[in-house]
Design a protein around this ligand. Structure first.
Ligand code: UDP
Length: 238
């Protein structure tokens, strides 16, 4: 087998990605498919860290739109990412992948607190580290968490798993004629207002020169293809 292009990656899974075909909750079938794909990538000798979202359970913005205090609603969102992280940990361990969950909000009975040096040590030992509770701060997103943690653990790329094939010029679900970009720069993402990630996350990636591959999670084997450097989805860099 060819050598992987990337030796260390951060995989960003949205909460939506865990819900499978459903709007809410966690699909066991999807968890198993993700676990199988992560196992393949580990077998190829790649270091993997995962950032999980929480949108399948709760989004802070939605709560605040209904009148809830924004920071409180965001803390609820961060707790949702912990639920998803535990579900993912369980699925990965069922596939024989050694994992640790590290959370940015301390809850010692459930997971380790986030300690950068410890994360790196786990990764070096071949464990998959799952970063839970986002950055630990309200008003941020798990996309920003992925950018931050990728910089902190010196990952070479962020693999952003979506339900669609890549980044399009308009919503491919609404508009069947939408065109997919093969390559973009972060400044184009920001200027065109493309909904790849929020602007805080895009700026952090741009400033720290962390490339991003946006790809379809529903096609099994795509995570491996991405780490092997096969041209899938949309590459965002420069
Ligand atoms: N969140 C937050 N700070 C963070 C990360 C997440 O406050 O650093 C909250 C925020 O309310 C967000 C929710 O957690 O809506 C779930 O995260 P996100 O929306 O990024 O999940 P995804 O869209 O990836 O499922």
């Amino acid at each position: 087998m060819n050598e992987p292009k990337y030796k260390r990656v951060v995989l960003k899974l949205s909460g939506e990605a865990l819900a499978g075909g459903n709007e809410y909750g966690i699909s066991q079938e999807t968890l198993n498919s993700i676990a199988k794909q992560v196992e393949q990538v580990k077998d190829a000798g790649v270091d993997v860290a995962i950032v999980v979202g929480g949108g399948n359970i709760w989004r802070g913005v939605a709560g605040s739109a209904k009148g809830m205090d924004r920071a409180t609603a965001d803390y609820m969102g961060m707790l949702a990412t912990v639920i998803n992280s535990l579900a993912l940990q369980d699925a990965l361990e069922n596939h024989g992948v050694d994992t640790r969950v590290q959370t940015a909000i301390e809850m010692r009975q459930i997971a380790e607190p986030y300690i950068r040096r410890k994360s790196i040590r786990h990764i070096e030992k071949g464990r998959v580290v799952i970063f839970a509770a986002g950055t630990g701060n309200p008003y941020f997103s798990t996309d920003t968490t992925a950018a931050l943690r990728a910089a902190e653990v010196e990952a070479e790329v962020i693999l952003m798993a979506k339900k669609v094939d890549g980044v399009f010029d308009s919503d491919p679900v609404q508009n069947p004629g939408a065109k997919m970009y093969k390559e973009l720069s972060y400044i184009e993402v920001l200027n065109k207002g493309l909904g790849v990630m929020d602007s805080t996350a895009a700026s952090l990636c741009m400033d720290n020169k962390i490339p991003l591959i946006v790809f379809n999670l529903n096609q099994e084997g795509n995570i491996l293809k991405a780490v092997m450097g096969k041209a899938i989805g949309t590459y965002v860099g420069r």
